[in-house]
Design a protein around this ligand. Structure first.
Ligand SMILES: NC(=O)c1ccc[n+]([C@@H]2O[C@H](COP(=O)([O-])OP(=O)(O)OC[C@H]3O[C@@H](n4cnc5c(N)ncnc54)[C@H](OP(=O)(O)O)[C@@H]3O)[C@@H](O)[C@H]2O)c1
Length: 296
């Protein structure tokens, strides 16, 4: 990748780029296609695939879970525009293939369809990152709501509660365990996507909120235990996404900001390599972006 228009942070990563950096200016147009490229199926049982061998492009590598839509895709897009190579996943192969197609025009992408709770799938993600040169960033973004509409704790089916914690707490930690050797080597970062429901006791949000609170606490401890790696729990704020719609079925959420509006907050966290801890994306946004997010 050309250095023109890029800056580097203290970890030597590409930083902000000139406004025209985007399609065609990424590190390579010849993206590493994931294993789901053409013959995709939306059947979950068909989507877990073996990893492909990547090409070490020399670019920093980000692993982003749940990157087929919503916040995960918005983050993936921005990092791709900045020259990061990507390893992405989601369960639904067709949606992931669409994201892979779009992102591969910008950068090197390995897209692996699968469920973050699956041990083999997480191993595939880690192997794919290693094949690209090793992860500098892990974004644990994939998440489970626990039900739609959200069940009260008294009636929360225990299997759904178990799944919520498996997706929101155990899988992020297990993926971090696999990637920590790579992240330590690169002086990397972990972003665990949190929620205000982790700290505010909203009725109906007991399963999801408790799981995000557990993720926050685990993030804080991991940050203490891993001096070479930054560990951030980040509350993105309310966003206009499928998950938010599922939390409020039938309600009009068109007044909520799109996920793209909070991405600059995440980029700032990475650029400035802030200390490990819990952050709200809105606190990291430039004032103008906050105003845009409010009117979006
Ligand atoms: N939207 C909000 O208002 C809001 C507020 C606070 C926090 N958050 C957090 O922000 C993050 C992103 O949420 P979002 O609103 O962008 O949700 P979204 O639009 O529904 O996207 C979720 C992504 O995760 C994938 N995913 C879900 N479960 C998965 C699993 N078990 N394994 C692999 N991939 C999985 C989804 O694809 P598949 O379904 O195909 O797997 C999709 O790509 C989550 O951590 C959420 O808790 C969101």
């Amino acid at each position: 990748m050309s250095d023109a228009g890029t800056t580097t942070n203290d970890a030597g990563r590409p930083g902000s780029v000139t406004p025209d950096a985007g399609a065609g200016t990424g590190p390579t147009a010849a993206a590493v296609s994931g294993p789901i490229s053409d013959t995709v199926s939306d059947s979950v049982s068909d989507t877990v695939s073996a990893p492909v061998s990547g090409t070490w492009s020399g670019n920093p590598v980000a692993v982003i879970t749940g990157a087929s839509q919503g916040l995960g895709l918005a983050l993936a897009r921005s990092l791709a525009e900045r020259g990061w190579s990507l390893v992405i996943d989601a369960r639904t192969a067709q949606k992931l293939a669409a994201a892979d197609y779009e992102l591969s025009k910008l950068t090197t992408v390995i897209a692996i369809a699968g469920d973050v709770t699956d041990d083999d799938h997480r191993a595939d993600l880690a192997e794919a990152a290693a094949n690209l040169g090793g992860a500098s960033l892990l974004v644990n973004n994939a998440s489970a709501l626990g039900g739609s509409p959200l069940p009260a704790l008294a009636d929360f089916p225990v299997p759904d509660l178990r799944t919520t914690f498996a997706v929101n707490v155990l899988a992020p930690l297990a993926l971090a365990q696999l990637l920590l050797p790579q992240l330590r080597q690169h002086g990397g970062e972990i972003v665990n996507i949190s929620s205000d429901a982790a700290v505010e006791p909203y009725a109906g949000w007991g399963g999801y909120g408790a799981s995000k609170a557990a993720l926050d606490h685990a993030s804080a401890i991991l940050g203490l235990e891993e001096p070479k790696v930054r560990v951030w729990a980040v509350d993105p704020g309310d966003l206009r996404t499928q998950m938010h719609q599922d939390a409020f079925p039938g309600e009009d959420i068109s007044d909520l900001p799109l996920p793209e509006t909070v991405v600059p907050g995440f980029l700032r966290l990475i650029d400035e390599r802030r200390p490990s801890g819990r952050y709200q994306a809105s606190d990291l946004l430039p004032k103008a972006a906050v105003a845009d997010a409010e009117v979006a």
